[in-house]
Design a binder for this molecule. Structure first.
Ligand code: IMP
Ligand code: MG
Length: 181
């Protein structure tokens, strides 16, 4: 059972729904009279996005992008590699980037810039989790579900070596599980 590998639950299912409702209602108020292009950053954000969009009551189109930062893993080169690009044109759209977690901020800083360069009418970021103590680059995040400490989290879309995305809550794994890799 994947649940046996979890040491502690950080965000439970009830709190997840409360967060999604709060953010969805806030977005619906802020975007009244507009149509949103919700850009889901694969893969981790698909679980959060699926819950969040059902609380958004203004017209919305869905799109997906998969990106990874170039670099040695600890430092940003300021370049991102797009593994899968969005289908829609960004031009003139009111885009909300939907992200699972912001760590250094490098990925979102670059995607945000790319969408502005492509002529989006507006670009805002909605992240489920944020680790403010890890930020390396200043990125303006309009919607934050919850701020979390500097711990490696899994579940609700977040993976450890591609596993544990299917956990219905966010948690921390037992130290012996992390040590296996
Ligand atoms: P950033 O570019 O450093 O902000 O990286 C953000 C990405 O790193 C997220 O989209 C996740 O894929 C990954 N990430 C950051 N922290 C965690 C974590 O605690 N658990 C799982 N993935 C994480
Ligand atoms: Mg990831």
């Amino acid at each position: 059972m994947i649940h046996d590998d979890v040491r502690e639950v950080f965000v439970d299912e009830k709190e997840i729904q409360q967060i999604c409702k709060r953010l969805g209602e806030e977005i619906s108020r802020d975007y009244e009279g507009k149509e949103i292009l919700a850009l889901v950053i694969l893969k981790g954000s698909m679980v959060f996005a699926a819950d969040l969009i059902r609380y958004i009551s203004v017209p919305l189109r869905l799109d997906f992008m998969q990106a990874s930062s170039y670099g040695d893993g600890t430092k940003s080169t300021g370049i991102i590699k797009i593994k899968k690009d969005m289908d829609n044109s960004a031009e003139g759209k009111h885009i909300i980037i939907i992200e699972d977690i912001i760590d250094s901020g490098n990925t979102l800083f670059n995607i945000h810039k790319l969408l502005e360069d492509r002529g989006a009418a507006s670009v805002n970021i909605c992240t489920f989790l944020s680790k403010p103590s890890r930020r390396e680059i200043d990125v303006d995040v309009k919607y934050i579900g919850k701020e979390v400490p500097d711990e490696f989290l899994v579940g609700y879309g977040l993976d450890f070596a591609e596993n544990y995305r299917s956990l219905p809550y966010v948690g921390v794994l037992k130290p012996q599980v992390y040590a296996k890799i």
